[in-house]
Design a protein. Sequence first.
Length: 122
Amino acid sequence: MSVCTAKPILTDLAPVYVVLVQATGGLPIVHQVPSGNTAEAHTLLFMIRVLVACYPLKRVVLVPDRRLLSLSNLDELALLQDTLQAEKVTVRLSYILAVPAARYGEFAHCLRLMAKAQERQT
């Protein structure tokens, strides 16, 4: 599977988010309309749990946009990985970050520490 996106659909009232998961070739596999007042990060982590429960995944790669780019969201992803391992679910959660130059200083030290922690686990 390659894509899990949360896209706003603009209406006259309020934005509605639709989470869509697609296979590598673009075929939609599952979708969800999350309840309102839910942060995108929580919706995405919930969706990862749903996918892991429904499909025999070995690896999930999260590619966050700028709304999901925060150290607390990365911490939540690491916590989800630990929780899944404790539940004997053997899926590897990883992520690809495109950090804006203005925020590089904020992330550089933390990312180095996280990389060292992952190296010790493997």
